[in-house]
Write a protein that binds this ligand. Structure first.
Ligand code: AMP
Ligand code: GLY
Length: 439
């Protein structure tokens, strides 16, 4: 039996753990908090520790065939290198390659130097020098400001949404510099976003079905940005507004990017690579890369995969993906995240939740535990981020949405969710947006 250690304890990792066990792996888990489902899937073979304690992580992984790393934070500080030094292969990029997520300056510059057509206009700054002029060049209404490092999806400010004047732009840049950061100012894109998650072995990229996430906290895409409140995928693995040719273009650009990365750093990218793209009037453009699966998007694709997931992970570390295919059921999926009341600004933490797992099974819904902690007495409590993802899978998106929505009623706690995710009205709004843009 293939022995695999998983690093991480959110819903993305729950989906990864389930896929590993269902495809025949013997699971060991290195977690920051006790995710009850991952603990169960590992048969009790888990350890609670800091995910950045590389010494403990490598010693707990001893004897494993390979390790799978779920979240980005340990990757950007080199956990894959630590496993490498201990002779344990890692599904998850080494520190140089993880810069594709860890540094927006690195990625935009790499794409520019390699003339990747998915890139957009941008400039990088270490002080205020040049910023007012560049903002004038772009036109202030076309400006997006990003701090350089990891921000959990919350550091990006877009003109018209979070900034309303040149003064707002300047003061946000100043705020980032005060905190010791570097700044990317880039072109504001208009269009619809899609997520393309892939398996990468250093050379070959195998895609998974397209997914669309919902960043805003409240229904009808209102409220503050979050890590993602829910997501859907369609039975044809595309989006209603994204044809196959766009996916092929996006994959070509990803292949080109990992080629340029290898040339620039000498490091081959091995792991999951997440491309966040936006289809605009000027074509498909890259919003960002992530060095991992998406959360919630992992829950849309891993549970419908028909290819053996453990074999794919082995293919990533062996560099043999060119001999493989990643295949998925032709079904639609909808994920709705239950999150603590007050999330994302003032989430209720340490509040008990109850999940009726039998009830969920009866209606055909699945649940994935995210930012929770199971205490010694067995009680599961909320932590500061998203709590439980509910997944519906069906032949149509309408049916998948109904299942997921019904499932949300089987979880009790001080929680809320977006009912509109996966519904016809919201999907139509996206289609109309693209029509209005003439895309
Ligand atoms: P990121 O952390 O780069 O994924 O950005 C978070 C969110 O900000 C994205 O999902 C987009 O909705 C938005 N965003 C980021 N970059 C841009 C851009 N250049 N134009 C428009 N929206 C953007
Ligand atoms: N759902 C967005 C992300 O995983 O980054």
């Amino acid at each position: 039996m293939v022995k695999v250690m998983l690093v991480g304890n959110g819903a993305r990792e729950h989906a990864i753990a389930e896929a590993l066990v269902n495809s025949g792996a013997e699971l060991r888990a290195f977690m920051n908090k006790k995710n009850p489902a991952i603990a169960r899937l590992s048969g009790g073979n888990f350890r609670i520790d800091s995910l950045e304690n590389f010494e403990h992580a490598t010693s707990f992984a001893a004897g494993c065939d390979f390790v799978v790393v779920g979240p980005e934070a340990p990757l950007v500080v080199g956990i894959a290198n630590a496993f490498g030094s201990a002779g344990i292969p890692c599904v998850g990029p080494a520190i140089d390659a993880a810069q594709l997520e860890g540094s927006k300056i690195f990625t935009r510059t790499l794409l520019k130097n390699s003339k990747n057509p998915v890139n957009i206009e941008f400039a990088t700054f270490t002080s205020m020098d040049g910023i007012p002029g560049f903002v004038d060049d772009l036109g202030m209404e076309n400006v997006v400001v990003k701090p350089d490092g990891l921000t959990g999806g919350k550091g990006v400010k877009v003109f018209g949404e979070h900034m309303r004047s040149k003064g707002d732009i300047i003061s946000y840049c100043e705020e980032i510099f005060h905190q010791g950061g570097r700044v990317v100012v880039e072109e504001r894109l208009d269009g619809e976003e899609f997520t393309l998650q892939t398996f990468v072995d250093g050379r070959t990229i195998l895609p998974t079905p397209l997914v669309q996430d919902h960043k805003r906290a409240y229904e009808n895409d209102e409220g503050p940005n979050t890590g993602g409140m829910g997501s859907y995928s369609m039975q044809d693995h595309l989006m209603p507004f994204i044809p196959r040719s766009d996916v092929e273009f996006a994959i070509e650009c990803m292949v080109k990017a990992i080629g340029a990365l290898k040339q620039e750093t000498g490091t081959a990218y091995k792991g999951f690579l997440y491309g966040q793209f936006m289809k605009t009037k000027k074509g498909v453009k890259l919003v960002e890369f992530n060095a991992r699966f998406g959360d919630p998007e992992a829950m849309n694709v891993l549970p419908i995969m028909t290819t053996n997931f453990t074999d794919i992970c082995q293919g990533i570390v062996d560099g043999s993906l060119h001999k493989m295919k990643a295949e998925f059921k032709e079904v639609a999926t909808v994920v709705k995240y239950l999150v603590p009341n007050g999330y994302p600004e003032k989430p209720v933490t340490n509040s008990p939740i109850m999940v009726d797992e039998d009830g969920l099974r009866r209606i055909g819904a699945r649940c994935y535990y995210a930012s929770v902690n199971q205490k010694d007495d067995g009680a599961v409590v909320t932590s500061s981020s998203r709590t439980v993802g509910i997944l519906g899978i069906a032949g149509t998106i309408e049916r998948a949405e109904e299942i997921a929505e019904k499932g949300t009623a089987l979880v009790s706690g001080d929680l809320y969710h977006r009912r509109d995710i996966g519904r016809k009205e919201l999907l139509q709004k996206r289609i109309d947006h693209m029509k209005r843009l003439g895309v």
